[in-house]
Design a protein around this ligand. Structure first.
Ligand SMILES: Nc1ncnc2c1ncn2[C@@H]1O[C@H](COP(=O)(O)OP(=O)(O)O)[C@@H](O)[C@H]1O
Ligand SMILES: [Mg+2]
Length: 260
């Protein structure tokens, strides 16, 4: 995968109507890895993704992708928004939503090519939705809808993927499929950043974590982030689900978790 999706954020501060959502956030998400962003409701997780995408304007801070300004990497940046932010009644056919992933590759005058069509079909196949290509997205289950958006990201051949709570309210099959696909994409060199409310998948999915509560509370391998002190600082108390995750042996010694 050419150019690198390596994401670096330095000193990022975002304010909504004088209320700070992010304060001086600095972190690095290496290409070839999956970075999980966790933190309580209102911690600024969605705002962080939107700032990387240029959808909200930061007060201060610098975002680079592959060492260049993030704006230069938009074509190669895929975004899977939080499901609750999407209008599912909007009439759109699955195939067309996935085809949107090819738009950045089309010049103003270049029509869709055989290669575009192949990438779209491949993406639908990878998420197991070939048979649903001509359905309205509003007719699909939550998990299928989430897979449509992942297929769009696949068709885009992005080197940086930003996913906002992709596991929220989806079925077990979709969770497993998404997890495997995200790991494969990272293995191919992509930088994957996933806001992950589903803490049960953290250990297998993420190489590193970023714990946010407006500011960066902790960042690094799961074992270094899922500590009572850090979780207490972010959540006020250690959530039960995280306490369970901490009791499980960490992946810290596996070759995958050790890289990146
Ligand atoms: N468009 C907006 N206008 C005003 N405040 C917002 C807007 N978007 C988010 N916020 C506020 O910013 C804070 C962070 O929100 P968000 O990034 O959505 O957090 P998270 O995704 O971690 O739950 C919250 O207090 C939220 O209410
Ligand atoms: Mg959010």
């Amino acid at each position: 995968m050419s150019p690198s999706g390596d994401l670096a954020v330095r000193g990022l501060t975002v304010t909504y109507r004088r209320r700070p959502a992010l304060r001086a956030v600095t972190f690095h998400a290496p290409a070839g890895s999956v970075t999980g962003v966790i933190g309580p409701n209102g911690a600024g997780k969605s705002t962080l993704l939107k700032a990387v995408l240029g959808l909200v304007r930061p007060d201060t801070g610098v975002v680079t992708v592959g060492g260049r300004p993030a704006a230069a990497a938009r074509r190669r940046t895929a975004y899977v928004p939080q499901r609750s932010m999407i209008d599912w009644d909007y009439p759109a056919v699955v195939h067309e939503v996935v085809a949107m992933g090819r738009y950045p590759h089309l010049g103003l005058l270049r029509p869709r090519s055989g290669e575009d069509r192949r990438k779209i079909d491949e993406a639908l196949d990878r998420v197991g939705l070939t048979e649903y290509a001509s359905r309205q997205i509003g007719e699909l289950s939550g998990g299928q809808q989430q897979r449509v958006f992942l297929a769009r990201a696949l068709a885009q051949e992005a080197s940086l993927l930003l996913l906002d709570e992709p596991f929220a309210g989806v079925d077990a099959l979709t969770i497993a499929l998404l997890g495997t696909l995200l790991r494969d994409l990272a293995a191919d060199g992509a930088c994957v950043v996933v806001v992950n409310h589903d803490l049960s998948t953290i250990d297998t999915l993420c190489d590193r974590l970023l714990l946010l509560a407006q500011r960066v509370v902790a960042a690094g391998p799961a074992a270094a982030v899922l500590t009572p002190a850090a979780l207490g600082a972010a959540y006020g108390a250690v959530p039960a689900q995280l306490a369970a995750a901490m009791r499980q042996p960490s992946n810290g010694a596996s070759p995958r978790a050790a890289s990146g």
